[in-house]
Design a protein around this ligand. Structure first.
Ligand SMILES: CC(C)(COP(=O)(O)OP(=O)(O)OC[C@H]1O[C@@H](n2cnc3c(N)ncnc32)[C@H](O)[C@@H]1OP(=O)(O)O)[C@@H](O)C(=O)NCCC(=O)NCCS
Length: 186
């Protein structure tokens, strides 16, 4: 199964059925933190619902249309990150992610996202990576900003969060603009 080492602390591995329970437990520990910005994923209510989410993601991988990986930080499942789709015609993809609350503030997501941007350009041969964040989600927006993405546009009222329609900031990185940060600057 697919796995990718990011550095000596972080490893990414394809999410499989057997990860449903640990992922559900991680989500349970971080319910309010996740529900704040992820009205669908943040509200998965049982191991069975997480299993369905993983199955759907594995199907996407089988269809060459993206994948979802777990982020293991010092051997513990800390979060997930994935390509929502692979558009082979335009050569583009979109990243989405979440971390358990106790794993925030350590650069885990920035490092994991960096690795999947590298993988998108160098291994998949894609030309564009997008990250979309609610404009009010400052910690999420900070991830593409740290990686040097361009804030391209604000889409108005396209994201339903419970009873509100929120604006999304669209960040883009092109293969030709991607530069490896110096070591330690990710
Ligand atoms: C969005 C989310 C993943 C961001 O988590 P995060 O911990 O802020 O992001 P990182 O793991 O990249 O960590 C960055 C922090 O670690 C620090 N850091 C430490 N070492 C670092 C390193 N090597 N590289 C980068 N940052 C580092 C940064 O300074 C930053 O700290 P700060 O917030 O005090 O400025 C998390 O808040 C989350 O899961 N939110 C709920 C779900 C969600 O909103 N998902 C996104 C939907 S669009």
């Amino acid at each position: 199964m697919f796995s990718l080492r990011v550095d000596d602390e972080i490893e990414l591995g394809l999410l499989e059925d057997r990860h449903a329970r640990p992922l559900f437990e991680l989500m349970e520990q971080s319910r309010e933190h996740l529900r704040a910005w992820l009205p669908t994923l943040g509200n998965l209510k049982s191991v069975a619902e997480v299993e369905s989410f993983i199955k759907e993601a594995l199907q996407r991988f089988a269809n060459h249309n993206g994948f979802q990986v777990g982020i293991w930080y010092r051997g513990e499942l800390a979060g997930i990150i994935g390509y929502k789709y692979w558009d082979w015609t335009a050569g583009q993809t979109e990243l989405a992610y979440l971390l358990g609350q106790k794993y925030t503030g350590r650069g885990i997501m920035t490092r994991a996202a960096y690795q999947l941007v590298e993988y998108a350009f160098n291994d998949l041969g894609l030309n564009r990576v997008e990250i979309r964040c609610a404009t009010g989600n400052a910690t999420s927006r900070a991830v593409p900003e740290r990686l040097g993405f361009t804030r391209e546009v604000i889409l108005r009222q396209v994201f339903r969060k419970y009873d509100q329609l929120l604006d999304l900031a669209v960040y883009g990185m092109l293969a030709g603009d991607w530069q490896r940060p110096e070591a330690g600057e990710q």
